[in-house]
Design a protein around this ligand. Sequence first.
Ligand code: KIV
Length: 271
Amino acid sequence: MHMTTVRDVQAMAGDEQITMLTAYDAATANIVDEAGIDVVLVGDSMGNAVLGYDDTLPVTVDEVASRVGAVARGTDEALVVADMPFLSFGADLAESVENCGRMLKEEGANAVKLESGPHTVELTERLSDLGIPTMAHLGLTPQSVNQTGYTQQATDREEATEILELAQAHEEAGAFALVLEHVPANLAAQVTEAIDIPTIGIGAGSECDGQVLVFTDVVGLAKSSPPFAAQFGDARTEIHDAVSDYADAVRAGEFPAEEHANTESELDDLY
Ligand code: KIV
């Protein structure tokens, strides 16, 4: 067994594609890990994906912490990255460091991810100095949905230049990798060329150093998925069929069968 480090992930860039997928509990993290995914992201996408919220904004530090702990316990090899939720970072430096540090110190994460902007450059530097590896995230950052919506970002030169400059600023500040979400593929390709840390794309074309998607989209559990996601399985139908077969078996008196029960003869005349 080899535990993946941020250096391993960085060494892959340019050599082989980095695979990253979200997970939110120990059982699925275990499957994701066994399937050979390099980086497991405990995304704040848990808000929409598994917690029943409309977006990621209500997700709390406690909710992420609990899920990070579960994922870390279910993972042997992949790098576990905790996605810091809305307002858990960025307003106050000391509080941000404490929230991020908790994910490593108490929950077993190997790194954190921050939806990034000018306000996360100094924080990224501080976290790196303190031994908290930090993944940056630019382009569509769903915590800013009230400002940007969920549309493709950086479609004009000014915004694209800003993303390129922020990518360089976060690399300089010590970020070990950068997620680029829902930006034009030719911008993602140029950012990948311009910086030395790996870029991991989602809706950013094929020229990044790796790709990330949301677990429920990939396995076909999501009710709706973004246009750039792809479905590689139909878990919703599989789970639905298993659950309704179970209910049918109970109603028909077929479950539990003899092999699922145990009788003790000396208990026969209790009543
Ligand atoms: O929260 C999340 O799952 C993410 C990925 C989609 C990059 O931020």
